[in-house]
Design a protein around this ligand. Structure first.
Ligand code: BGC
Ligand code: BGC
Length: 740
């Protein structure tokens, strides 16, 4: 079938659906809507905006010219589906977007009901006079966790440990297919947060503590959206969140205050967003947090000047859940909150409940001129552009061909691969790992056979929950499947019954699920009483003790570590935890590396790469089997070098068409340095983003000079910068460094 006839067929389907939807909602088309009546009569596509052969800009212009103010205000409004009472309020208020919050669900909860539900709301949206489709958003932050039966992948911190951006792109693709199978077109992911304090309850949503890891993992966005939005099936609008500094708050307090100079904010928290914009991310969600006391949701400089202006972001900005309503710290919308947010650059407001009040305030602010109409038009242009690019006008309904991919064997195999690659081996005394498949094993711990604990937050509910919440494979099940004789595996959650007859005991312990502020740990960060008791029982048997830590972040385990023979950081693996047992038995040698520094104790927080503190396990640490890298040692004191500084160039990740590198600058002289410059031959690879320095390219040399704040280096001190570049990683070039 030619492209043209395919288009005709789709619009014919659209036409009859429109007619049916109009009849259903009882809405009558208004005069300024050219399409509905003629469309219902089955005549040719009525208006330019409905013509997919026209460029998107022309379609947006045409549509905007037909929209009344209320249509435009509705496009800027996003409502939690369950708050739309009656459902027809979607049409009455011309609501442009619907979401399911962390606790939003359908009954019975399966992919098909989700798709039916999506279609029902879309039908209502298409029944409005202009027939503008809604866009439906959800938090598929580790797979489409709201849907029972979905594949749940490791949370971001585990994906960061893989250091494998190509794998993460494939994960994004699989998530896009599962999301699309429910009809949903928009994912509030990935979180590009740079978690700087592990007390933060969202640390597990971060790919890592340095800007480089989240920047390299923006491949996830390409996975979700495809090479460009709407190109091919299962193109899901991605969201880079939460702009900016969400992971940098003082004390790691969720929704807190990030106190940094602008240079520091840009160096640590901006690079992942710059990379996301370069990859064409369609939406950006703002952070609840403040920057030096000022809320991001009212921050025109950061949202409009920096994100939209300087970075050139052309997608739309969505607010976080009720964040606009929270601007003044009081419950209930005020005109000032609405005005402040929209004028700062918020294009769509995640209301999520009281849309009537929100819309009436927005209307008053616009008609009074306090919000310029040009701002409303700009917001609409951004939102509608993405709707057209997604192909929503042509294919507004769930693609049922993808519904069967939800929880498919192929996706589960990919998730298992991601779990394997995310495991970080931190200790392996006497080579107790890998385990032999003929070993007699005692397995214990509250997370060994608990898919809920293994999956963490955003799993069948905002906070997730312990227990058999989702279909999947637990660590215990993985172990039983791996051994030669399952009868040689004994399990008791609390470790009762263990004795000296076992080859080894495996304890799977750690955190129970949480999300957002509920996961903040301002006090102790250690294991709970149950885990400590279980570990003590296993220890008393006198057999080698292997600890698998299931947690969203490093925990304070220094005091117990000497009792353990092996420690495997499993993060939050999700539904395919046989990826953990694959590593325990050596089917996959551990290859993960710490995406965050591992504290010596809670009091050491925050502890991050390059801050001069000595963690228990440094950022980047991870053992393999066989020839093990030496244990972490303090950096040797270098002999003073006449040239003053040295530069170590390291490729830290690569993916199709790009790579990431980090360069460590070291003041190897005996005196202080005021500034530095590093040069190397980029061998034709164009640098696409750079952090912690400024770049100049000339001839066959790339030169990076220090940023304002990291030039001064005491003798022996180091600074580092990083970048992403196009092309395949070069054989590590030798970089030369000069004091300046
Ligand atoms: C919602 C979540 C949301 C949270 C914010 C919950 O009730 O389900 O989606 O993130 O509230 O407070
Ligand atoms: C979270 C966001 C999420 C939103 C919608 C908020 O509470 O901060 O990350 O996308 O709720 O569920």
């Amino acid at each position: 079938m030619t492209g043209r006839s395919a288009r005709c067929r789709r619009s014919a389907v659209l036409v009859s659906v429109l007619a049916a939807a109009l009849a259903l909602t009882g809405l009558t088309p208004q005069g300024r809507a050219p399409s509905a009546a003629r469309a219902a009569a089955g005549t040719a596509a009525a208006a330019p905006y409905q013509d997919p052969s026209l460029p998107v800009t022309a379609r947006v212009d045409d549509l905007l010219s037909r929209m009344a103010l209320d249509d435009k205000l509705g496009q800027m409004t996003q409502v939690e589906r369950e708050a739309l009472q009656p459902q027809s309020a979607l049409a009455t208020y011309r609501i442009g977007s619907v979401l399911s919050g962390g606790d939003g669900t359908v009954s019975p909860n399966n992919a098909r009901t989700w798709a039916d539900t999506y279609d029902a709301y879309q039908r209502i949206a298409l029944g409005t006079p202009l027939g503008i489709p809604m866009v439906y958003g959800i938090d598929a932050v580790h797979g489409v966790g709201a849907v029972r039966g979905a594949t749940l992948f490791p949370h971001n911190i585990g994906l960061g440990a893989t250091r494998n951006p190509a794998l993460v792109e494939r994960v994004g693709r699989a998530v896009a297919e599962e999301v699309s199978g429910t009809g949903i077109d928009w994912n509030f992911a990935p979180c590009l947060c740079v978690a700087r304090n592990d007390r933060w309850g969202r640390t597990y949503e971060s790919f890592g503590e340095t800007p480089g890891i989240p920047a390299s993992m923006t491949t996830y966005i390409t996975g979700l959206q495809g090479e460009r939005l709407g190109a091919g099936p299962a193109s899901v609008l991605a969201t880079a969140k939460h702009f900016i500094g969400d992971g940098g708050t003082s004390g790691g307090t969720d929704q807190g205050d990030t106190r940094l100079t602008e240079a520091e904010l840009r160096a640590v928290h901006l690079p992942p967003f710059a990379e996301a914009v370069r990859r064409g991310v369609g939406s950006v969600m703002l952070s609840y947090s403040r920057w030096n006391g000022a809320k991001l949701h009212g921050h025109r400089h950061l949202v409009t000047d920096l994100l939209k202006g300087e970075l050139g972001f052309t997608g739309f900005v969505v607010s976080d859940w009720a964040a606009v309503d929270q601007l003044d710290g009081q419950p209930g919308f005020t005109a000032e909150e609405v005005r402040t947010a929209v004028n700062a650059g918020v294009d769509m407001v995640m209301v999520p409940h009281d849309y009537r009040t929100f819309l009436s305030l927005l209307r008053t602010e616009v008609t009074s001129g306090r919000i310029p109409l040009a701002r409303v038009d700009d917001a609409n242009r951004r939102i509608l552009t993405k709707k057209f690019e997604l192909g929503l006008f042509e294919k507004p309904y769930a693609d049922r061909a993808l519904t069967g991919t939800v929880g498919s064997a192929g996706h589960r195999a990919l998730a298992r691969q991601a779990v394997r690659e995310s495991q970080v081996l931190l200790k392996n005394e006497g080579g107790v790992l890998p385990l032999d498949t003929s070993a007699k094993l005692f397995v214990a711990g509250k997370s060994a056979d608990d898919i809920g604990n293994l999956s963490g937050g955003w799993t069948l509910g905002w906070q997730g929950g312990s227990g058999d919440v989702a279909p999947g494979t637990t660590v215990l099940e993985g172990i039983r499947a791996a051994v030669a004789d399952p009868a040689r595996v004994t399990y008791d959650r609390h470790g009762h019954g263990v004795d000296g007859s076992y080859t080894a005991a495996v304890a799977v312990v750690g955190e129970t699920p949480y999300a957002e502020m509920h996961g903040d740990r301002p006090g102790a960060m250690g294991l709970d009483e149950e885990d400590l008791a279980t570990l003590a029982r296993l220890k008393s048997a006198g057999v080698p003790l292997v600890v698998v830590l299931v947690s969203g972040r490093p925990l304070d385990i220094a005091a117990q570590l000497p009792d353990w023979d092996a420690l495997l950081a499993a993060w939050l693996p999700g539904t395919e935890a046989d990826g953990v047992s694959d590593v325990l038995f050596g089917d996959h040698a551990p290859s993960g590396r710490l995406p965050v520094s591992w504290m010596t104790g809670a009091a050491q927080q925050p502890v991050n790469d390059g801050d001069g503190k000595t963690p228990l396990f440094p950022y980047g640490y991870g053992l393999g089997y066989g020839t093990q890298p030496p244990p972490p040692a303090p950096a040797p004191t270098p002999a003073p070098a006449p040239e003053g500084c040295t530069a170590d160039y390291e490729v830290t990740g690569s993916w199709t068409g790009g790579f990431q590198a980090e360069v460590t600058v070291h003041n190897a002289s005996s005196g202080p340095m005021d500034g530095w410059a590093v040069t190397w031959d980029p061998a034709g690879r164009a640098v696409t983003s750079l952090w912690n320095g400024s770049l100049a390219v000339g001839g066959d040399r790339a030169t990076v000079r220090n940023a304002a704040w990291n030039g001064a280096l005491a003798p022996g001190a180091t600074a580092s910068f990083g970048f992403t570049a196009d092309g395949a990683p070069p054989p590590s070039p030798s970089a030369s460094c000069a004091a300046s």
